[in-house]
Design a protein around this ligand. Sequence first.
Ligand code: APR
Length: 233
Amino acid sequence: MSNSIVILTGAGISAESGLGTFRDEGGLWAQHRIEDVATPEGFARNPKLVHDFYNARRAQATKAHPNAAHHALAELEAKFPGTVLIVTQNVDDLHEKAGSNNVLHMHGTLHGALCDACGTRWTAPVTMMTEDPCPSCKKQATRPDVVWFGELPYGMERITEALSQADVFVSIGTSGEVYPAANFVSEADMFGAHTVELNLEPSSGASRFAETHFGSATQVVPTWVAEELARTI
Ligand code: APR
C-alpha cells in the first residue's frame, strides 16, 4: 500500500475546462511568442503586451470550472489514507476550485500579483496594469506572480523532498518538454516510486514511466483514482 502520492499536472488537465494548452496545435505558443509574453526581457520591453496576455488568461480562468479530472484528484486527497501533493505547472486555480488543498504552483498563479521592485505579493485584480502601485513600496512595477522562462520555479526544495518520499508519482496532462518538471519522473523513480503517466498521448518522457494510460484526462484520471483508492481501502 502506498502512503505518499505526488501528482504533477500540466495544461492538459485543464484543456477540457476550456483553457488552452501551450504546445498542442493552435496552442498558446502558436498564438504568442514566448520571448514576448513569458520572459522577464519581454516584460521589460513591453509590459502592456504581457499584462494583456495574462489579463485575458486570468479572465478566462476566473470563469472556468474544474472538470472530472480535477474533482477526482480532490476526491483522492480526501479519501486517500496517506498524503497527496499536487505539484502543478498550471497557473489556473481549478485544482483549488475542485476542493484540492495540498497544491503547489511551481509556475506561480494568475491570481497573484508581484512587485518587481520590492518583491511584495498580493491578490491580483482581474485586470492588472504595470501602473498599479505596489501596496507596500508604492512603486508602479506590478507584474503577474507567474514564473517566466529563465526564472526559478517555486517550491523546488519542497518538491524534491516530496519526490524522495513518494511511493507513487503520477504525471497528468503535460508534454514533458519543460524542465525541471520533465525530470521529476526520473527523480521519483530513482527514489523507488512507482511512476504513472496519464495523458492524451505519449509525452516526450513516456518511456520513463512504469505505467501509462492514454486518453482524455476526464476519462483516464477518474479511472486511475478509483483503482488507486480500491487498492488502499
Ligand atoms: N487530457 C489529457 N491530456 C491532454 C488533453 C486532455 N484533454 N489535452 C491535451 N493534453 C496533453 C497533450 O497531449 C500534451 O502532452 O497535455 C499536454 C500539454 O502539453 P503543453 O501544452 O506543453 O503544456 P505543459 O506540459 O503544461 O507545459 C509545461 O511549459 O510553456 C510552459 O509554463 C508553461 O507550465 C507550462 C509548461
